[in-house]
Design a protein around this ligand. Structure first.
Ligand code: PGA
Length: 251
């Protein structure tokens, strides 16, 4: 059995006081939850304060992104070491907004993934097709490229620390969720790719989260699918009760 992983990606939202308030509200709601890995990914500015607020709780801290160097003259970037320093155990790499708005390529994301892992972080590695790609019948090609290039060079043991997040771009922030059947089909396809590239041990064990307009009322029907091992949640992770309900939907 794969342990579900439910993460909140807060994106560029919440000032520090509101971020702390959110996790103070969340902690008691999920205190009794076991059997689910729970992560929140605040803005960089709020990481330290949220990390302090999460001390001793079952909610882990993650970054939304990181760079491929430990330190130096890279204005505006943050290193995995800095994320670890403020209490992160996870980071997201390759979110579609990074790919789309910041032109992050498969090769660069592969470098980021490897550097984050080598630095000691666990990584949620995002993949997913756009609406145009899906409608053009290119979904499988796109996912194949993102998995093949993005995960290139990883070894079996790395996958203790990597989860893959399937996030169809057309479902992110749009209110349009993939149906549980669409999600399951894509997840099964991705798991097959993992099997071909890394073997059965990895493909059996790797967690594949679904992301894209996950809410309290659709979370369970998605996560009950055999190949859906949790969720990466944007908008609905900004409210403690809604996010806690999604977490509980994974059990
Ligand atoms: P959404 O975002 O839940 O707001 O659609 C998901 C994501 O981008 O991770």
């Amino acid at each position: 059995m794969r342990k579900p992983l439910v993460a909140g990606n807060w994106k560029m939202n919440l000032l520090v006081a509101d971020a702390v308030k959110l996790v103070e509200g969340l902690k008691p709601l999920v205190r009794e939850v076991s059997g689910v890995d729970i992560v929140v990914c605040p803005t960089f500015a709020a990481l330290y304060a949220v990390g302090q607020a999460l001390k001793g709780s079952n909610v882990k801290l993650g970054g939304q992104n990181c760079y491929v160097k430990e330190s130096g003259a890279f204005t505006g970037e943050i290193s995995p070491q800095m994320l670890l320093d403020v209490g992160c155990t996870w980071t997201i790499v390759g979110h579609s907004e990074r790919r789309q708005y910041f032109k992050e390529s498969d090769a660069f994301l592969n470098e980021k993934l490897k550097f984050a892992l080598a630095s000691g972080l666990k990584v949620m590695f995002c993949i997913g097709e756009t609406l145009e790609e899906r409608q053009g019948g290119k979904m499988n090609d796109v996912l194949t490229r993102q998995v093949t290039e993005g995960l290139k060079g990883l070894s079996e043991t790395d996958f203790d620390k990597v989860a893959v997040a399937y996030e169809p771009v057309w479902a992110i922030g749009t209110g349009v969720t993939a149906t549980p059947e669409q999600a399951e089909e894509a997840h099964a396809f991705v798991r097959g790719l993992m099997k071909a590239q890394f073997g059965g041990n990895v493909s059996d064990a790797v967690r594949i989260q679904y992301g894209g307009s996950v809410k309290a009322d659709n979370a369970r029907e998605l996560m009950v699918k055999p190949n859906v091992d949790g969720a990466l949640v944007g908008g609905a992770s900004l409210k403690a009760d809604g996010f806690a309900a999604i977490v509980k939907g994974a059990i």
